[in-house]
Design a protein around this ligand. Structure first.
Ligand code: RP5
Length: 176
């Protein structure tokens, strides 16, 4: 993997989305996956959105993670203009009613134009999904992902131990 050439493009409708979208960036850094990150607004900068979506693949980007809040049209419009897989992150933003507006704007795409939608503010999973997509052609990433999943198991094992200590007489010893 060329460390200087971004493989994942993280875009968001506004810099106010960054506190959420940072979760994806942090995971990509953790896995040493080169990425780029910028603001692209479907509504405020439609031409920039078109340019980004139509040229991302030729620049070497393999997956786009797009986050937006409120009337969140960015992921869907980028998916409409690119052949790359697009992961959409609905964001609870200042112009959201309760987040459902953003979830449904990103989730309910018409047949033919898929957007892999993660949970509200679920940018960490967007980062992980982009790594899993890349891992299909980068065995070292698949190995790292396997270790990551083992760490998840260890964390749960620690929690199980904690509960066992707290409730020694009520612990279900039959489970592993
Ligand atoms: C959306 O509007 C952005 O993705 C952001 O979530 C929301 C609010 O943007 P700002 O008014 O904070 O720039 O397009």
């Amino acid at each position: 993997m060329d460390a200087t050439k971004p493989l994942v493009g993280i875009i968001m409708g506004s810099d106010s989305d960054l506190p959420v979208m940072k979760q994806a960036a942090d995971l990509l850094e953790q896995f040493s996956v080169p990425f780029e990150l910028t603001v692209v607004s479907a509504h405020r900068t439609p031409q920039r959105m078109m340019d980004y979506a139509t040229h991302a693949a030729e620049r070497g980007i393999k997956v786009i993670i797009a986050g937006a809040g409120g009337a969140a049209h960015l992921p869907g419009m980028v998916a409409a203009c690119s052949t790359l897989p697009v992961i959409g992150v609905p964001i609870l933003s200042s112009n959201s009613i309760d987040g459902w507006d953003s979830v449904l704007s990103i989730l309910q795409m018409p047949s033919g134009v898929p957007v892999a939608t993660v949970a509200l503010n679920g940018a960490a999973n967007a980062g992980l999904l982009s790594i899993q997509i890349l891992a299909t052609s980068h065995p070292s990433l698949a190995e790292q992902m396997s270790l990551y999943k083992k760490e998840l198991q260890s964390k749960v094992a620690e929690k199980v131990k904690g509960l066992k200590n707290q409730y020694p007489n009520h612990f279900d010893g039959g489970t592993h």
